[in-house]
Write a protein that binds this ligand. Structure first.
Ligand code: SF4
Length: 717
């Protein structure tokens, strides 16, 4: 069948077969919804609803009757998911009440009893959020706030201690002054109960005469008063309570922004105040410890902060959180924030991309680019000192520790998030997960504080099956004869595109009567050059609303986009140390050197070799069996793999896992050369990055295309 023969998908009521099991998310237990808990920054400030329920049930089970409660808790959890999907909002306790009412707890004593046990065991509460368009900003603001609260607590404790000690210094000075020892002052300080008992005038004369009055130098008094004014009027951290508020002090500064320009301008404007406060705290510490020396410290502090604050000083202040959407992100803003990053502004920038589909500037086509966020992430990584995290919103809970690490990072941090909330009819969670699985929006972290090199800093670990082009999943379905069929299918960019109705024009449904061998799974098509399959048409397995299997063919534009996507993914893999071409080249060079060195050296009849001089003479007959044991004789007709050198990259096992298999060390060998074709052996040899597969000679003389295949096999014999 040729492309163009199918029925165009006017409206996509189909979805990739691999997503068939996820149609109703309210029936599934997964990371979402999340509960935002104001508990701290230890990773517990964000919890998944399921994990909270599981924790509570574990506690209940430890105390006895758990089974009934488990069933009832399951009903409540499902109901809360439904409520959230219908748009309900609020705290966990509120949603528990709503859910309990909907499942009829009022009229069921046992249910009521189970749920009150569950509520008692649920120790945490907080706002419940689903994986929707608003979620990423809510999550980041919550996590950022938890960290800032901790920072504020520490900072306030420090400031309050300094204020108290500085005030004591002034009080002591005043207490020793004439005014401080006046009769009125003494009377006021002693309280009304004993006022008539004392002669305060006599006491004042006595104290004044006895005191060795060494007044505080005026310069010190002024300095201490100045420090107190600076500390009391700071606006970087809010007071802990209303009663801690100093009269006349302006409102605290805001630190959450919607544009980079506002955040950068605020930072610039506040920098002198920040320097002044850091300086005041440093001087106050010396003052309160009695170590401030005007001769030594005046000159030093006169130039304080001229070359910028040091990292410890900056880290004590709040970070600037900027949350913006990629669609609103102008080039000038991007340029500005990158320069601010380089200059050391402690900004945490969250860029949310809602749509990866972009109009091609040169054709009436779409590109799956997400270009703005991609460019920003590569520039921030290129700068080297920024923390960078990229993830779909569906993966944020799994990456919560990395999120907190980035927010707590001493320096700029960029979080590039794909929300999945676009034109698709699928829930944002599914779209976000599909973008991650299909490598359209892979997850990675770059943490400059993790070590000096790429291996320690860059990680792709959050992606599934990171060493493959696309993750493989098992697909079970019933064929036309109602037989159960099991297939291993890759989830590619084409699957992701098939979730988006705007891409319906790239697909055409194939009537069942035309399901011929010409239709090749698109993942297979994508692993080879198109010229290898001139007679084949790439197709995708999809399901309709009734879960009936359908095949759709895919047009060239999408195939091209998918190839581009996998190329970008392979570059990321290299950065993450997966299939690294430099490493592979090095291994190859080492292999050649090793082969060269293993070759027996030509022996000169006149001159003994250095080895012959150094080693005792060994009879040739005795050496031969050892050599034969180490390197078994192989016929070049037999296919084999140099198993000891296998890097477990899966290339060969993906081609045919009956023919190629792993041993206990996860190193490949040929387990059954007759389980596939000679073509597969040759293709595996070509795909093996370190060229350790030797395809031997064809085993089936009737296999088509043998002449061409044997030519291709020659370099590997
Ligand atoms: S034999 Fe080659 S292709 Fe197969 S897993 Fe090992 S390194 Fe990869």
């Amino acid at each position: 069948m040729a492309q163009g023969e199918g029925d165009a998908l006017a409206r996509s009521d189909l979805q990739p077969a691999l997503l068939a099991g996820y149609r109703d998310l309210t029936t599934l237990r997964y990371d979402f919804p999340l509960v935002l808990i104001r508990a701290g920054s230890d990773g517990q400030s964000v919890q998944s609803l399921s994990a909270l329920f599981d924790g509570a049930l574990k506690e209940i089970a430890a105390n006895g009757d758990g089974e009934r409660t488990r069933k009832h808790a399951g009903r409540l959890e499902r109901e809360i998911r439904k409520l959230i999907a219908e748009g309900a909002t609020g705290t966990l306790s509120k949603l528990c009440d709503l859910g309990a009412a909907r499942i009829g707890a009022k009229n069921d004593e046992l249910l009521q009893e189970s749920l009150s046990g569950l509520r008692a065991a649920l120790k945490s509460d907080g706002e419940v959020i689903d994986c929707d368009k608003a979620m990423p900003f809510r999550l980041f603001q919550h996590a950022w706030q938890a960290l800032q609260d901790q920072k504020a607590q520490k900072f306030r404790a420090e400031i309050n201690k300094l204020i108290m000690k500085l005030s004591d210094i002034l009080s002591a000075d005043f207490g020793h002054s004439k005014e401080g020892m006046s009769a009125e002052r003494l009377q006021a300080s002693i309280g009304s109960a004993h006022r008539d008992t004392f002669d305060f005038a006599a006491m004042s004369r006595m104290l004044t005469a006895a005191s060795v009055n060494v007044p505080m130098p005026e310069s010190r008094r002024q300095r201490v008063r100045g420090l107190l004014a600076t500390l009391r009027t700071q606006r970087f951290f809010p007071p802990a309570t209303e009663s801690d508020k100093w009269i006349g002090v302006a409102e605290p500064y805001p630190f959450v922004f919607e544009t980079c320009s506002e955040a950068v301008a605020a930072y610039r404007e506040r920098l002198p105040k920040m320097t002044e406060l850091a300086k005041a705290m440093a001087i106050a510490k010396l003052e309160t410890e009695g170590e401030y020396s005007e001769a030594r410290h005046d000159t030093f502090f006169a130039g304080f902060g001229e070359n910028g604050l040091d990292a410890d000083d900056i880290a004590a202040f709040p970070d600037y959180l900027i949350c913006l959407r990629a669609a609103d992100f102008r080039a000038a803003e991007s340029d500005l924030i990158l320069r601010a990053f380089v200059a050391g502004m402690p900004a945490k920038l969250v860029v949310q991309t809602d749509d990866l589909l972009e109009q091609s500037p040169i054709r009436d086509d779409y590109l799956f680019a997400g270009l703005r966020s991609r460019q920003l992430a590569s520039s921030a990584i290129g700068f080297g000192a920024s923390y960078v995290l990229q993830s779909s919103s569906s993966g944020l809970f799994q990456l919560r520790e990395q999120v907190l690490r980035g927010l707590a990072y001493r320096g700029p941090a960029l979080f590039s998030i794909f929300s999945g909330a676009n034109a698709s009819s699928l829930p944002p969670y599914l779209m976000a997960a599909a973008a991650a699985e299909s490598r359209a929006f892979p997850a990675f972290t770059y943490d400059p504080s993790a070590g000096p090199d790429w291996a320690s800093r860059f990680s792709l670990y959050a992606n599934s099956q990171v060493d493959l082009d696309w993750p493989l999943q098992r697909l079970d379905y019933e064929d036309a004869e109602h037989q159960l069929v099991s297939e291993t299918v890759a989830f590619t960019l084409v699957d992701f595109a098939a979730c988006d109705p705007r891409c319906a024009k790239y697909f055409a449904k194939v009537p069942r009567a035309k399901w011929t061998d010409d239709l090749l799974p698109v993942s297979e098509f994508l692993t080879r050059e198109a010229k290898d399959f001139t007679e084949k048409v790439p197709c995708l397995l999809m399901v309709d609303r009734d879960n009936r299997l359908q095949k759709v063919i895919v047009n060239d534009t999408l195939v091209r986009e998918a190839r581009r996507c996998v190329e970008a993914w392979r570059s990321l893999q290299e950065l993450g140390g997966v299939h690294n071409s430099h490493a592979a080249r090095l291994v190859e060079q080492e292999r050649k050197v090793w082969a060269e060195q293993s070759r027996p050296a030509p022996v000169s009849e006149d001159k003994p070799t250095s080895a012959a001089i150094a080693a005792p003479a060994v009879p040739a007959a005795a050496a031969a069996p050892v050599a034969a044991e180490a390197t078994p004789e192989r016929s070049s007709d037999e296919p084999y793999i140099e198993t000891a050198r296998c890097t477990s990259c899966n290339e060969c096992t993906q081609i045919n896992d009956k023919m190629f298999g792993y041993d206990a060390n996860k190193q490949a060998s040929i387990i059954n050369p007759d389980a596939g074709t000679y073509r597969q052996l040759v293709e595996a040899a070509e795909n093996c990055q370190i060229s350790i597969i030797h395809p031997g000679k064809p085993r089936n003389p009737n296999e088509p295309g043998l002449d061409e295949l044997m030519k291709r096999a020659e370099p590997f014999l």
